[in-house]
Write a protein that binds this ligand. Structure first.
Ligand SMILES: *Cc1c(COP(=O)(O)O)cnc(C)c1O
Length: 446
């Protein structure tokens, strides 16, 4: 049977590599044809063939309020009618940055257009501020497709890294150290050996790009607190990547669940996804004395034609304004219901599983043991996930088409949407059981 999605995918593949504009959309990790979506409303996606799905991707994070939220649509329509880009400063840019500063530990912020741009710029600024070149990151953490961050671990823990993809020269990653996540000894060893050369350590505030792997406790404090301390002791900057977690895990992000109580602040933070309300808007910011090194105030160059775009800032501001305590409470209710339903279904079907969360962001690892790092995440059963994914899709639930992604909910997920997911889970878990291999398979790329 050929569907509208099949026909569009064929057209797309003729003119676009893999038929998609971001790899994970292609369904390579689960097989089959991606659904071409024609419209979306609240928690529902409608594809070009008229099928509807409960959306558990939420644009990979941004759609905190659900699709076509009335306040966001109104703000966008109003902004569009006033012109779409001026290349001059605007009031909404100030208002959006003020809203972010009010909710997070950053003192100053620069707007950009993508999370990739935010992390790339934060690293340039960290290097410019410290006068050092080495960057530390963790295996399994994704920070966008920045050359120096597309690195895979070298042969030893404190050796420099290899490019993670063709097209990145060795010279771009030879100043990047890749360490295992949640491993304080590896961090101590890297700083002991290279501390005076390290410009910054960048980490996902709570990793979500290898599935959700919450920061562990280190001697009675969070892994993030330990990282912040270690960086400070060595004169390096601590860069917390909240592109995925910001304004989702809590009103501020992951920091609202650890740093706010523990009393530490990152030197630099990156944001994206939710803060754009579905438009390309992202940001990096932090300590005012560090941000003062950015052009035009300081010597570190960074710029963008569409940075702070008036339509994107209107959507972002409307989204943050509407993201009230009630919204976060609803996200928690929805996530709790789905986690409980998934656990029950997998248990009943005899499928080994671990559900890990930070706030309402969670993922289901089809594996025996809790996942602390990338090596653990890679033990998830991808064949079982593929079968599970397709059974859910057939029952009208659109999960992320990869076993290594978080499930994203929105405040618009009402009881009907939640019920549809809960109803689909038992048969899909049985499909996973039939396909289970227990094999160890690598992530197919984000
Ligand atoms: C999505 C993501 C990015 C990259 O953002 P883009 O807007 O896709 O460039 C960076 N860091 C994290 C943690 C992300 O989840």
């Amino acid at each position: 049977m050929t569907t509208g999605s099949d026909a569009l995918f064929a057209r797309a593949r003729a003119v676009t590599p893999g038929g998609v504009n971001s790899p994970v959309r292609a369904f390579n990790a689960v097989g089959g044809t991606p659904r071409f979506i024609a419209s979306a409303q609240g928690p529902w996606l409608t594809d070009v063939d008229g099928n509807t799905y409960v959306d558990l991707i939420c644009s990979w994070g941004p759609m905190l309020l659900g699709h076509a939220h009335p306040a966001v649509v109104a703000a966008v329509n109003e902004a569009v009618a006033r012109g779409t880009s001026y290349g001059t400063p605007t009031e909404n840019e100030v208002a959006l940055v003020e809203a972010i500063v009010a909710r997070t530990p950053v003192e100053q912020l620069r707007l950009v257009s993508s999370g990739t741009e935010a992390t790339m710029s934060a690293i340039r600024l960290a290097r410019g501020f410290t006068g050092r070149d080495v960057v530390v990151k963790f295996a399994g953490c994704y920070h966008g497709h920045v050359d120096s961050l597309l690195a895979s671990a070298g042969s030893g823990l404190t050796t420099f890294s290899l490019p993670g993809t063709p097209g990145v020269p060795a010279s771009s990653t030879e100043l990047t150290l890749v360490l295992p996540y949640n491993d304080p000894d590896a961090v101590r060893a890297a700083f002991a050996e290279h501390g005076d050369r390290i410009a910054c350590l960048i980490t996902e505030a709570a990793p979500g790009n290898m599935g959700v792997v919450p920061p562990a406790q280190v001697d009675g404090r969070s892994f993030n607190a330990f990282l912040a301390e270690t960086c400070r002791a060595h004169g390096a900057l601590f860069v917390s990547d909240e592109v995925m977690t910001g304004f989702r895990v809590s009103a501020s992000g992951q920091w609202g669940t650890d740093g706010a109580h523990e009393g530490w602040v990152p030197d630099l933070v990156t944001f994206g996804k939710v803060m754009g309300g579905g438009f390309p808007a992202a940001a990096f910011g932090g300590r005012a004395d560090v941000m003062a090194h950015l052009a035009p105030e300081g010597p570190v160059y960074q710029a963008g034609t569409l940075s702070g775009n008036p339509v994107a800032t209107a959507a972002g501001l409307a989204t943050l304004t509407a993201a009230t305590d009630e919204v976060y409470a609803r996200l928690d209710v929805v996530a709790d219901a789905l986690r409980a339903g998934a656990a029950e279904a997998f248990t009943a079907a005899g499928v080994p599983h671990v559900i890990q969360s930070t706030g309402s962001m969670f993922s289901v690892f089809l594996t025996e043991d809790p996942v602390h790092d990338f090596a653990g995440a890679q033990r998830t059963d991808t064949a079982a996930y593929g079968a599970f994914f397709h059974a859910m899709l057939d029952a009208g639930v659109h999960l992320p088409p990869s076993a290594f992604e978080a499930w994203f909910v929105s405040a618009s997920h009402d009881d009907r949407a939640v019920e549809q997911v809960l109803d689909a889970l038992p048969a899909a878990a049985r499909a996973a059981a039939r396909a289970a291999t227990g094999s160890t398979t690598r992530k197919a790329g984000a």
